[in-house]
Design a protein around this ligand. Sequence first.
Ligand code: 13P
Length: 282
Amino acid sequence: MGYKTIKELLDATKGVGVIGAFNIHNIEFIKGVVKAAEEENRPVIMMINEAVLMYGGIEILGGAAIAAAKQSKVDMAVMVDHGINIDFLKRCIDFGLDVMYDGSLLEFEENIKNTKEMADYAHARGRALEGEIGALGLSEDGDEEHEQRTTSVKEAVAFSEKTGVDILAVSVGNVHGFYKGKPHINVQRIKEISEAVPQLPVVMHGGSDIPYETIKASIEAGIRKFNIATDLKQAYAEKMRELLIQEPMPIQPLQLFPVVADAVTVVARKKIKMFDLVGDTK
Ligand code: 13P
């Protein structure tokens, strides 16, 4: 058990299930996610948003996540999520992290060129790369809104052939953050893409706030990696608020940190259990 690449984890669970990928932002998120994975005895991927990693530091926050993965009782991978800065991402790969290069807002050919450069760089160093084709409506941190562009099967095939990516993120009605109303996920398109690029695990970004029936249908259509950030952030912030409005306000870090880490664990466990109901990754 221990630290793996995202490709190793996905190859090991091919045909038997989906892997939960959870965004972590600090030690409490790391502890919360690791505990959930160990309690459910399931492999998971920890993801660190590029801006969060720039703030936390590759060696400090990235190093903490890798150390936690190495010590964990289950297989784990750690990756940069939605990276756009090529030089920074190369430093992350040099340090031992996997990477998602997100060129989804670029012109098709430029996305292909950059993604191929990153895939070649990662593979030469024993790491794996996720790429994205099609565009989600909202950035992962909720800061930027973009025009949503659904991934076509043709694009997915060309992108896969020309870049050599290991894992493919698609836009099929999924959005980051909370959905306005019911999510409308194009399950048929997931199926068509998964069948057209059978060698490539397909990723669902924007995995929070999706009802079980849609999660199930998406996984059955071919989703192999399910990304969750917002639901964990919400649980963490709500628990922190609950603690901080107490009188007197608790100021000892150890009165706060383990409690919010446990709030992360509760939600991550719930998600892993949901994924297991669809496909068994044991
Ligand atoms: P949510 O915040 O909607 O769960 O999305 C997570 C994600 O896709 C991270 O890349």
